[in-house]
Design a protein around this ligand. Structure first.
Ligand SMILES: Cc1ncc(C[n+]2csc(CCOP(=O)(O)OP(=O)(O)O)c2C)c(N)n1
Length: 662
């Protein structure tokens, strides 16, 4: 049987379908999401929640002329299906396939790219301001989740909104979940708001009103009634302060939308986000408003898939799963632990011994492994919401009072807090420990999520101690060491499974700024190559050394451990000793570890040639696996061996140095 989805490729096809047909389409899209993502994984839960909303947006507005701006944009899969990308949908997040986020270079319908949370309101407001300035009439619709309201940028935009434009449509997609359960006062506020009988009544009145309108010229009638019929009601109720005593609901009173209204933004809601006709009518209404409006819709993350409804956090974003049951493949016995789990479990251990340690996450308790601390010692654990800047300054404040906060933030999201790292942490030399997860590739997610810049952006700040463990045991050692330092400490480690080395019963103290010589020269009269493999790239260095030895080279392998302070003597000694130095890092070459080595060599007069292996000066795309990208960009044993051999092809044998290692 043919499906409506088979007939729909572009927004204009959506417009041609009737509401009952669109309701069927919604079911078909859900099936496509569930089945289409099962093999490769993706952000299933958030997308199942916005099916009706996305269909309604394309029914009511005219993309790409009208602009949709999605916060984070992990929920744009349905939008992709409806904007010419249906045939490629099952390539999403795979090599050469669709990106998992909105991407301006992928489609004219993706008006603004994202991957980091909290940017949509500002971007959409900028577009609205530009539209007003140039005198055109397109609509700008901003879709943001309840967790986007834990982010400061969203508030900065709202503060500026009503002064900037009169025509702005915000859609607050409230499913009560961030990745984990949403946290904080705003989440409590939204919850009170949606249980306020007065607003539920108002929303019901609105619903009754739009449902009673004769079919056909809905938009026209709404235009007529919009200001007269609802302006007064909405604003009138909105501006009435709700007395806590009079309307206490046992949790401190009901919420009132006065918050939005005082910002000059009309509030309409709560609206059932899965009621397609209602959403369509509401958007038609919003289209007519001559005032910024926020429509508060309620949706279910994972709607239509039992497993996702039961486990919203797991199904926010996941790898392959069974499309019938939602089961995910069991971890194969013998698989090394994930770095994030080692970090979380080590933190609990350290906290048991050191009462000054506390843990801070910015809405990522599971992704960073902070959930272990949350469970073991909830009183030492803080989830501040999607608020990286606040997380960092909050940690700074705690540090001034004698605590040692451990802030676990993905490398890419920490970029958001750069000034706070400079101004609040480093400048005051505060002993805060940063655990930077996902330092390296986040292959399926792509450039918004790769963590490839932190060495560069941190090593220019005074007082920083920056480390990269070669394996999970060293991660524990580095966390332990960091807890003894009186300076800001940064530890970078990659996404995914660790190296599989056993963890010592107790972590050990490392000497700051001291590298580890994994393998020294054999002094066997062969050409000497010193391989400096940073972090887990040390595994690559060791493998390359093995192959090079088989091909007649004398290799030393060094685990630098610290990118700041660098181990000057070790780099200098091996730099002088070797005929060729190779630095290998899971980071951009520009300003990274290899650059630090070049700076040191220049200062110390080490003239040995250096091959730097790392990521190029460009944004690296997404792919199915990190190995594919590493192979493509030369972060591979084969490339290292080939580069070393090529270097010597041009060098006469007499250049060989034979200096004993001290
Ligand atoms: C700056 C930043 N920090 C953290 C994240 C990780 N993250 C991705 S989606 C998400 C939750 C988003 O929740 P919400 O906005 O309510 O949308 P929903 O997924 O519930 O639809 C988080 C914390 C991010 N993308 N950006």
């Amino acid at each position: 049987m043919s499906r409506y989805l088979d007939m729909v490729d572009e927004p204009e096809h959506v417009k041609k379908l009737t509401v009952p047909q669109l309701q069927e389409l919604a079911g078909e899209i859900r099936t496509e999401l569930i089945e289409g993502l099962a093999k490769g994984g993706g952000h299933l839960g958030p997308n199942l929640g916005v099916v009706e909303l996305t269909i309604a947006l394309h029914k009511v507005f005219n993309s790409p002329k009208d602009k949709f701006v999605w916060d984070v944009s992990h929920q744009v899969y349905v939008h992709k299906l409806l904007t010419g990308r249906k045939k490629r949908f099952r390539t999403i997040r795979q090599t050469g396939g669709l990106n998992g986020f909105a991407l301006r270079s992928e489609s004219e319908h993706d008006s603004f790219g994202a991957g980091h949370a909290g940017t949509a309101l500002s971007a959409a407001l900028g577009m609205a301001a530009a539209r007003d300035k140039r005198g055109t009439n397109e609509h700008v619709v901003c879709i943001f989740g309840d967790a986007a309201l834990t982010n400061g940028i969203s508030f900065e935009a709202m503060n500026n909104l009503a002064h900037t434009t009169k025509k702005f449509i915000g859609i607050l997609n409230d499913n009560e979940w961030s990745i984990a359960k949403n946290v904080g006062a705003i989440s409590g506020y939204l919850n009170k708001l949606i249980t306020n009988p007065r607003y539920n009544q108002l929303a019901k009145d609105f619903e009754g009103f739009v449902r009673r309108l004769p079919k056909g010229d809905l938009a026209l009638k709404l235009a007529h009634r919009a200001e007269g019929g609802f302006k007064g009601a909405l604003t009138g109720v909105g501006l009435q302060q709700v007395s806590r005593d009079a309307e206490a609901d046992g949790r401190g009173g009901y919420g009132s939308p006065v918050f939005f209204e005082e910002m000059g933004i009309r509030y309409l809601g709560p609206i059932n986000g899965h009621d397609l006709p209602l959403i369509i009518s509401t958007l038609e209404f919003a289209k007519q408003c001559d005032h910024p409006i926020v429509i508060h819709i309620l949706t279910q993350k994972g709607k239509g898939f039992e497993a996702a409804l039961k486990q919203p956090e797991k199904f926010h974003g996941l790898g392959p799963y069974n499309a019938l049951t939602g089961e995910t493949p069991a971890v194969k016995p013998g698989t090394p632990p994930m770095y994030q789990d080692v970090m979380g479990q080590t933190l609990v251990k350290l906290c048991q011994k050191n009462t000054n340690l506390v843990g801070i996450t910015a809405a990522m308790p599971t992704g960073t492994g902070m959930k272990y601390l949350e469970k073991a010692m909830p009183e030492r654990y803080y989830d501040v919401g999607i608020a990286e800047e606040h997380a960092v300054i909050f940690a700074a404040g705690m540090a001034t009072m004698g605590y040692r906060p451990v802030v676990a933030i993905y490398s890419t999201f920490l970029q958001r807090a750069y000034d706070c790292i400079h101004h609040d942490i480093c400048l005051q030399d505060l002993p805060v420990i940063f655990c930077m997860d996902r330092a390296g590739l986040s292959a399926n997610d792509g450039p918004t999520h790769h963590g490839l810049f932190d060495i560069s952006f941190l090593r220019c700040f005074p007082n920083v101690v920056a480390m990269a463990p070669a394996n999970e045991d060293e991660l524990a050692d580095m966390m332990f060491t960091a807890a003894t330092l009186n300076h800001p400490a940064f530890i970078r480690y990659p996404r995914g499974t660790a190296e599989g080395v056993p963890l010592k019963a107790e972590p050990q103290l490392l000497e700051v700024g001291r590298a580890q010589v994994v393998q020294t020269f054999a002094n066997n009269q062969k050409r000497k190559v010193a391989l400096f493999g940073l972090g887990p790239m040390n595994t690559l260095a060791r493998k390359a050394a093995g192959q090079l030895a088989a091909e007649g080279f004398d290799c030393a392998v060094i685990n630098p451990r610290f990118t700041k302070p660098l181990d000057g003597p070790a780099h200098e000694t091996y730099g002088h000793e070797a005929e060729l130095v190779v630095t290998i890092e899971d980071h951009v070459l520009m300003g990274g570890y290899g650059s630090a080595v070049l700076e040191l060599f220049s200062e110390k007069g080490v003239t040995t040639p250096v091959i730097r292996i790392g990521w190029p000066d460009q944004f690296v795309e997404h792919a199915t696996t990190q190995d594919e990208l590493r192979a493509k960009y030369g972060l591979s044993v084969e490339n290292i061996v080939a580069r070393v051999k090529a270097q010597f092809d041009d060098v006469p044998v007499k250049a060989t140095k034979l200096i004993a290692v001290a």
